[in-house]
Design a protein around this ligand. Sequence first.
Ligand code: IPD
Ligand code: CA
Ligand code: CA
Length: 265
Amino acid sequence: MHPMLNIAVKAARRAGNLIYRSTDKIDHLTVTKKSHADFVTEVDRAAEQVIIQTLLEAYPEHSILAEESGAHGESEYLWIIDPLDGTTNFLHGFPQFAVSIALQHKGVLTQAVIYDPVRNELFTATRGRGAYLNDKRIRVTKRLHMADALIGTGFPYSNFQHMDAYIAILRDVMQASSGLRRPGSAALDLAWMAAGRYDGFFESCLKAWDIAAGCLIITEAGGLVTDLKGTPDGYMKSGHICAGNPDIHGHLIKLIAPHLTAALK
Ligand code: IPD
Ligand code: CA
Ligand code: CA
């Protein structure tokens, strides 16, 4: 394992264990509302601190972009961290949440870890070296047809600006596919996409920390990641993302195209 990935795994496991231990104290946690339906708990913050501490202990000069504490440092190495992706699920005891950590070097994603502490599933990737679930190599599915495909998504929950377009896309994808899922952790959705549990995924308005690790894991598993227009760059900034095995990705882009408003492009 690449030494930088090794440190990221250590950080993700530490944070994941902390989150998992907190699941029996959910009712006693201090919860703060960041905006409509957007919550943060002391567990998100504590997990983030453990991750940052672990990374900076090994690489004190590296930069950090973390959901709860923001950006610091000016190194060409940037760690992008979502300490707890799926906070709403976590707060409800709905067992679908994860830790997501990615490393960018000079703007290129090079290492990625997504850790699901409930199932003890560790998804990892190093650029050019494939994607893994625990110690097993993972690949995206080979399904060719939309009618056979299982598609993941995330519903708008706080920013309802794209609601009409989203509902129109949902209607078409629902009718064309064999099923649609919204488990509630974008990072895990992307990891599951890479592991062949979905054939495609789309969501809008995500943040870099939701998707950075998942995108590298998918591309290393042979999948495609683009924005909703099908363009390979720009989604890390816009947060509008479409992923899939190469065939289903193409079908999804075609289904989405008629509904794209200027703001979703
Ligand atoms: C959220 C989850 C969810 C997605 C939201 C994200 P958080 O992350 O990934 O699946 O639909 O857009 O904000 O806030 O739980 O870290
Ligand atoms: Ca998130
Ligand atoms: Ca989060």
